[in-house]
Structure formats: C-alpha cells, structure tokens
Design a protein. Structure first.
Length: 87
C-alpha cells in the first residue's frame, strides 16, 4: 500500500487549493485588523481604503503582483510595509 501512495504522490505535478470561501472561510475584518496594526493606523482606515477599492480583486485575479499590491497598500495607508509583512 505504501508503494502505491508514493507512486501517486510522485506523479502529482501540483496541489491546488481554492481558498475563496470554498474550503476555508476568510474574514476580511481579521485581515484588516492585522494590517492596521502593522501599518499603525485604525481598522476603519484599512476597511475604508484597501477593502473598498478594487485592489484585492486585481491582486486575486492576477492583474497585479505581490509587490504592486504592497505598493498600493502603502500608498493608501501612508505606510512603509514590506511585501513579506503584507503577504
């Protein structure tokens, strides 16, 4: 049995996770709280800028990359966060 599992695992090219509230429910308010704490601003500012713009959608659909997303977050929040901290 172990040989079969190893063989199947070796044949797999990738694992795909759909986190768009299909497998995991995401809570934007929790993300906003964390982002606000890192940026040194209040949650309402994050919710009123980052989460009301089309920024999240552009990132999730691949129109912008992580660095571009972070640049826009920093512009909106007047912060200086790194891409690593935002992601």
């Amino acid at each position: 049995m172990t040989k079969i599992i190893k063989k199947v695992a070796m044949q797999s090219k990738f694992v795909f996770f759909d986190l768009g509230n299909v497998l995991v429910t995401l809570h934007p308010h929790n993300a906003a709280e964390q982002l606000a704490e890192m940026a040194g601003c209040n949650v309402q500012k994050v919710l009123g800028t980052v989460f009301t713009s089309d920024l999240q959608k552009r990132y999730e659909t691949g129109l912008i990359n992580e660095d571009q997303y972070t640049l826009e977050v920093n512009r909106l929040l007047e912060s200086d966060l790194t891409t690593q901290s935002v992601m």
